[in-house]
Ligand binder design. Sequence first.
Ligand SMILES: [Zn+2]
Length: 969
Amino acid sequence: MSQWRRPARRLASLAFLSVWATIGITAQSTGNKAVGASTAAAGRSVDDPDFARAVKEWTTKPEFSSPLVDHLPKVAGVPSPKDVLGHHIGEPKKLTYYADILKYYRALAAASPRVKVISIGKSNEGRDLVVVFVGADESIKNLETYRGYLAQLADPRPISDTQAREIVAKAKPIYHLSGGLHSGEVGPSEMLMELAYRVAVEDSPFVKKIRDNVIVSITPVADPDGRDRNVDWYYKYGINETEGRTTGAGVPYWGKYIFHDDNRDINYSQIEMRALLDWYLQWHPPIMHDLHQAQTLLYTFSGQAPQNPNLDPILYGELPMMANFEMAQMAKYGMPGVWTHGYVDMWSPGYLAFMSSNHNGMIRMYEIQGTSGANTTKLRLGNPNGPGNGGPSTGSGRAGGPGTAPDAAATTAGRSNQAQRDWFRPWPATGEFDWSLRNNTNYGETGVLTALQYTAAFPNVILENFYQKSRNSINAGKTDAVAGFIIPAGQRDTTRVAVLVNMLRMQGIEVGSAKSEVRLKEGTFPAGSYVVKRDQPYGRLAKTLLEKQTYPDPVTRTYDDASWTMGMMSQTEVREISDKAVLDLAVTPVSADVKLAGTVSGTGPVFAVAHYGSNNMITLRYRLKDLKVQAAEKEFKHGDATFPAGSFIVSGDAAKVRPAVEALGLTAVGLASAPDVPMHDLDLPRVAVYSTWGSTQDVGWVRFAFDKFELPYDLIYKDRVREGNLKNAYDVIVIPHQSGSGKRLVFDIDSRGTPIAYKKSEQFKNLGMYGESDDITGGMGIEGVAEIDKFAKAGGVLVTLGAASFLPAEFGLTPKVDAARTTAAFYSPGAIIDAEILQPENPIFYGYDKKTIPVRYGGGPLLTVQTGANPFDGPPATPPPTPPGVLMRYPGGDDHVLSGLMRGANEIRNRPAIVDQPSGKGRIIMFAGNPCYRWQNFGEFNLLFNTVLNFNDIKTEAPKPAKTDNPAQ
Ligand SMILES: [Zn+2]
């Protein structure tokens, strides 16, 4: 390696050799003096000697820079980052708050006709979300025209191939860059400011060609709330760390609800992600490039297997082509450690930048070596032949158990040794060296400039491909086996159907409503059924989202979920249609979000509200909190209508009931008197949701769902639990999936002797949000477990989800329940599987009309409930088919895997999925899975909502007292 590394460096430093000239890099001094006429507004540029000196000083080894980024022009009248921020990008121990980042871009836009900033919304905490455009004066002046060209290529149905070629000749690709999706990955959001400035002002032929041929768009910080919180945390704790992380804890929150899952938010639940999608569908950038930092030294995504076969083969050619170009160019500049292929695969469509590939564009992604905050960090890359990479966790690192792990967690083939040479990593970085924020900037900016160089060299190819992929998607709908999907009208619960249709529409998928009854090979469907035809630009995306996921190679692992089938996740009926006649059905386009339209017939004074499984039932209960609401414990009929068990019986003013029921899309009838069925009051519980400090993300998803469905709760932490007296304050405590094991849930972040506070202060305004503590370390501890135990025994209801269900089993709160783990051979990245309801009359299953339902396998504990009270008794002679207290179980086995991948499906055979155990006067309800996973398994939410709403009326067959021949024992 070294024999060609050195000459490469020399080439880069000479920079006059013809090889550079031919690829558009001339010496910066020459290039920058050749000021074009179009820069008149900006004035003449010369290189800033202060910048060159600073960057040289902050770059820890010469090979960690390139001739693209070792200089920066100074232009009178156009502010460089230093002019606004007071320092050059990449200065050690300097991180920029979001307001200052925006201030910089706005100052740049005010000074340069080549930069424009548009607002696209507000973050959860009210920060402006923006997109910054950078390009030639002419491009920025005519942005609308260029947007129009791309829109025509994105939906080419109205145009011919000839017209498309004419548009391609006039259009320019938008190349979208995004930083700061993951708040701990701080470098790219700094770097992008310098990139924007450079693209706007540098007059080297290299940059000029980019500026002329490409429109660069930038999301400066995809999660600005998390950015500011993380920068606060850095200035409070991280800046004083000398090597790696010594505080032992990361900031407890990034965004309001979630951490890394903003890159797994497949249904765009978070408003920041949704704002970007809405922007995307207006602007259609053919490339979206998300900049992360977790790998050594720069990993460039190439779409490796397992790949989603619905995506266009053109894309699978484009991805490695660009990645390999970057790898070759950066090797040429003498930069080691650039690699591709061996990290993230192309299976899950839920990554944020995948919105591009899902819409016939191209997702791109980097993982750039990070630092600990903005501190220069020692990297130890170890033995190139040894196992694993010894580099520190930088960027994403924070406390937290498995399941909340950062980017580096679930590699496709296990984390490969990044110090080792491989065919996809021809020049690994090895040994020990310091790594600085400026190194991170140099790598990121050189990579991005190289990607832009490629795009500027072949803008027409990028655009032709974008057009062709769009055209192919339409054609695929006409020729593929799957021609469309029907979501039949007349489903019991219309609210989840509406949610599903609205989610498809949000993604730009066209949905129609059948004008008359539909007769197809697959059956007859009523008028008003929703029809998704595949011969549309995003027809492939519709297939990806709605079909059953058939995992292509069970031997490979995948980086995220293996399945996401929307009909199963929401437990709504979606029919796959092969009959090509579906393409010609007369439909009325659904041109706006499906509005919920509930019905109320009759006038009361009593109203029966049918429980058809809508998640809005719990919302209704809280909206009618001042009225008496009961649940019918048995099905009853009124006229032609059947009201299933769990239906609400509301006594009260029609003027209150009617609008609430209608707005929530529910079905109610007024009755002269309450029906003659057993009922119980739906008392409103006082609910607490427990969170550790070290693993808040999966709790965040439950909080998000509770907030959306208007279920009030207190978010409590270890300090409140240790205080005790929980039963006086709460009726229900929910411990969401978190931490990975009971022990980690209880002891959480290691205490290293020094308290770590998460509190708001004058200086750190973003800390102490969503809870605060003088010391976030140490966990609830054994004292906390004792208080939880007391809470249940005093009559409280403890609900544990997923991995949190290890706690009651491991700490003896449920003496008859054991929790084990699957073997190493078992592998199931979120398969959708069957679950069998064993006690359908239990209120937890109100609204479910099938005995077997599809659920997402959450990887929680393998539960066992002992059937005998005394293990010395040995097994009973005729064991019951299921132990008492098991309300739902997994049938297990390959036949019950509905979508995605589960290796070793026999390991979960007949394992409990929901267990109810008495505890003193109260009870403990354990979910092995996670009924509130991301914003995805809507069909399961009601298992949790019903548990909360019927907390004091859960009637489970009581465990029979064990028969013992020796009562004295
Ligand atoms: Zn990341």
